[in-house]
Design a protein around this ligand. Structure first.
Ligand SMILES: Cc1cc2nc3c(=O)[nH]c(=O)nc-3n(C[C@H](O)[C@H](O)[C@H](O)COP(=O)(O)OP(=O)(O)OC[C@H]3O[C@@H](n4cnc5c(N)ncnc54)[C@H](O)[C@@H]3O)c2cc1C
Length: 515
């Protein structure tokens, strides 16, 4: 490995070059940072694929309080109210900041933002760009801004594989690049490595979204939170492509309806109908499919010929699959989409481990609770990047010894993990299935093979899902269909998940009652 890279020693190290990593780097300027990204900046990041947009109370009929109320309602009792309040107040300025950085948002009339509507939002508050090309435009602007910022060094094609921890504080980051591995000395590290959808067979996330940030933090002993809460997007395009293309919520926001193959509109009697919270819509589709039906999103009446103009990306992949969304219903099904859980952080993005922060989808800030409100994640990353940057800039640690060299684990291969996690921790879960998953994942997580890190993350998700004996938000247990009387967030460390895996007998309501 090039010794030249040691000139980067001592910089703040940021893992990930999606919206969270790049915004944190930009907010830290002119402080020198190194952004480590396993893919080229702007590639293989969920950010790039975002369609709907960013939620912020900008309309004349809207307010941060209303945005907060909708966020809390979707979160089903588990949001951290202070975080929600802080976030919804900061969101409008964050949009202005992005516009100043050069993001070309869609505008109307005299230049105000065009505001879309999405499920479970009571107001039009979704700021978007290029119709449904929001993520592409966001990444274009952020990568350009990062490249022209002298304090930011982008280390592309380098994968972070381990944190080096000494005396309960981070000291370095083991990265593997084209010419081998290297430990970058860093006592301030920000994990912004995105979500976990790639651990599922059916997901809208890039295949490389394997929760590596969670593996890094978990193996270093940091606390994780809310891991059982995986959001399944109700309307992924039901075709052979993996990852599954997304048919944005905004299509339902424009009036498209869900029907089965007989044309029956099966959501009509459910409160909120097609615009009910995501978990409600995902379960309704799941049940319809389990009853032997196929499900479609019909935009022919609501949008018709306007479809391609408002949703050019979706129109393009529909046409590639031989479907004209202006006239024909689009086949859809739920797919793993977003992780509410992640590295447990405080209001400044600090983890339980000294010197480690997390931002974006890899972090569990408490904003989303049991279920994320649509379009709250990109903007969460932007708002928290500012808070993380302030906290990082304000922290000073006594200088430690240079980090010791560590052996690199092999590149992650989630092949063995995907079928296990998908079967046990999907839209509907039950105790016995989770117990079987825990028993299968624990030996993989304890091993040293390519499945070890993906299995460690999947194990923590399965253990968290097993421990939550209730149905709340995106976590639905067929054996515990009711909500517990008290809403409580749960945290977990990898070593306790491994210890709990030893006792993975199935838990049923009867066993619980007699316990
Ligand atoms: C199809 C789709 C549509 C969406 N639409 C919306 C929307 O409209 N609005 C909204 O708010 N949210 C949306 N989301 C969710 C949102 O896009 C993500 O939550 C958000 O982009 C996450 O940003 P991030 O920076 O945390 O992670 P990402 O954008 O996923 O970036 C992660 C980065 O980490 C890098 N990385 C990962 N592991 C390593 C490693 N070990 N070493 C080095 N680098 C690593 C990756 O290469 C990448 O650069 C959507 C998600 C998807 C998949």
């Amino acid at each position: 490995m090039s010794a030249g890279l040691h000139t980067l020693d001592g910089r703040v190290a940021i893992v990930g070059a999606g919206v969270a990593g790049l915004m944190t780097a930009l907010r830290l300027a002119p402080r020198p940072v190194v952004v480590v990204s396993k893919a080229a900046a702007g590639a293989e990041a969920s950010t790039l694929w975002a369609q709907g947009g960013l939620a912020a109370a900008l309309g004349p009929d809207d307010s941060p309080e209303l945005h907060a109320a909708d966020t809390l309602a979707a979160g089903d009792g588990l949001c951290a109210p202070r975080i929600v309040e802080r976030f919804t107040r900061a969101a409008p300025q964050a949009i202005d900041e992005l516009a100043r950085l050069g993001v070309a948002f869609d505008r109307v009339g005299a230049g105000g933002f065009a505001l879309g509507l999405e499920a479970a939002h009571r107001r039009r508050r979704i700021v978007h760009a290029g119709g449904d090309g929001t993520g592409r435009e966001l990444m274009r602007a952020l990568v350009a801004a990062a490249r022209r910022t002298p304090s930011i060094r982008l280390l592309e094609g380098f994968e972070a594989r381990r944190l080096v921890v000494e005396d309960e504080a981070v000291r370095g980051l083991l990265v593997v690049g084209p010419a081998g591995s290297l430990v970058l000395a860093a006592d301030k590290i920000v994990i912004a490595a995105g979500g976990i959808g790639g651990l599922y067979e059916d997901s809208t996330n890039p295949r490389g979204s394997l929760g590596q940030g969670l593996a890094l933090a978990g193996r270093a002993g940091a606390e994780l939170a809310d891991l059982e809460f995986v959001q399944f997007h109700p309307t992924a395009f039901d075709g052979p492509a993996r990852p599954m293309p997304l048919v944005s919520e905004a299509v339902r926001g424009e009036g498209a309806v869900l029907v089965d193959e007989t044309g029956e509109r099966f959501m009509a009697d459910i409160p909120g109908a097609e615009l009910a919270p995501r978990d409600v819509v995902a379960r309704a589709i799941w049940r319809r499919r389990a009853a032997g039906h196929r499900v479609f999103l019909d935009a022919s009446r609501a949008l018709g010929e306007r479809f391609a103009m408002r949703f050019p990306v979706i129109a393009a992949f529909c046409r590639e699959a031989g479907i004209d969304p202006a006239r024909q219903p689009i086949p859809v099904r739920p797919a793993a989409h977003y992780h509410m859980g992640g590295i447990a952080v405080d209001e400044e993005g600090r983890s339980s481990l000294r010197g480690l922060w997390a931002c974006g989808e890899a972090a569990a800030t408490g904003l989303h609770g049991a279920n994320r409100l649509a379009s709250n994640s990109l903007i969460e990353a932007v708002v928290f990047a500012g808070l993380v940057a302030e906290s990082v800039a304000g922290a000073s640690f006594a200088r430690g010894a240079p980090p010791r060299p560590v052996k690199s684990p092999p590149a992650a291969d989630p092949g063995a993990v995907r079928p296990i996690l998908s079967a046990a921790a999907g839209v509907m879960r039950e105790g016995e299935g989770l117990a079987r998953a825990v028993a299968s994942l624990a030996p993989l997580a304890l091993g040293a093979g390519p499945a070890a890190d993906p299995a460690a993350v999947a194990l923590m998700i399965a253990v968290a899902a097993q421990r939550r004996e209730e149905s709340r938000g995106a976590h639905c247990r067929t054996d515990f269909p009711d909500k517990a009387s008290e809403a409580r967030r749960a945290t977990l460390r990898l070593d306790s998940a491994l210890a709990l895996a030893g006792d993975c007998a199935p838990t049923t309501p009867e066993r619980r009652a007699s316990a």
